[in-house]
Design a protein around this ligand. Sequence first.
Ligand code: 5GP
Ligand code: MN
Length: 343
Amino acid sequence: MRRFMQHIKEIYPFLKDPKNVVITTHQKPDGDAMGSSLGLYHFLVQFGHKVTVISPTNWADFLDWMPESKKVLDYERQTVDANKAIDGADWIFCLDFNTLSRTKRMEEKLSAATAQRILIDHHQEPQLDKFSYGISNVLKSSTCEMVYDFIVDAGHDDKINATVADCLYAGVMTDTGSFRFPITTAAVHRMVAHLKDKGLQHSRIHEELFDNFLENRFRFTGNVLLNRLEIFYEYNTALIAVPQQDLIKYNIITGDTEGLVNYPLSIKGIKLAAIIIDRGEERKASFRSKDGFDVNTFARKYFNGGGHFNAAGGQSKDPLDEVVAKFILAMKENKDQLSNYQF
Ligand code: 5GP
Ligand code: MN
């Protein structure tokens, strides 16, 4: 059996020796997944490493502003090239996920790879036996913060340029809900100050990420809030259930549903917000909570998922109406925790 994961500092002395490196992340990468992958990419190439970033699936268009995002391989579309990179790799960095299953169709290939797998992640219960080296810390706001710590701790903050800064900022900003969630520590703000000194263009990044809606996405949001939102005041809970026909009608593509789950948290008293989307091949669930309710445990227990205390997700192969019924039952089972909320 493989040895359990050793601390990432064990690789610091070898960072200077050029290697073949693969960086990968979870399926349907979000700002933190893509930002940490490309931030690390732009750091590592400065040592002369040959670095390939592989995403298990496609990603949202609003991440394409990140420098070199066009070079990222989509495993589903470029399987042959991606497999070649994995076969030739000395190191495989695994960012922003805790279990190899979060890489979907890449799982088997990653699992069989002879390269050293190195984890950088902030999710609960990582598969420690799958990684040679790494760092896992649920108290970190984002994987981007952890990549920043890694660079600084290894003594290479001179290699944080404006490009690295932009990528890392994107992830720390999105994973903290624009510096709003309780996990946003003073260290996060100090990191951003440091990135700013290195040339970070924060206003541009906010525009790229949030002011890039097409009209169809905007109207889809209106439709969802008007017609697909149900509020269970007794349980301080809001649920959005999106049938596949809405996705088709409004021409919805990857990334267009991002952030929808957060809207109901703006309603006074709402402690748990959920969205269940019928993507056709599966029903995808996302959960968000205000500090008192643990959605990571909730997602694990009822929806074959996981995540963080205040943000988690899961999926199901059951039809949408059954997943909704299951959610309502789960909500009722958690009545004590949901109802006794102090506003
Ligand atoms: P989102 O709802 O934005 O997809 O994900 C929120 C958080 O939950 C992220 O940290 C994400 O990694 C995690 N997450 C989402 N879906 C799943 C899932 O199916 N399984 C697990 N283990 N984590 C998930
Ligand atoms: Mn993350």
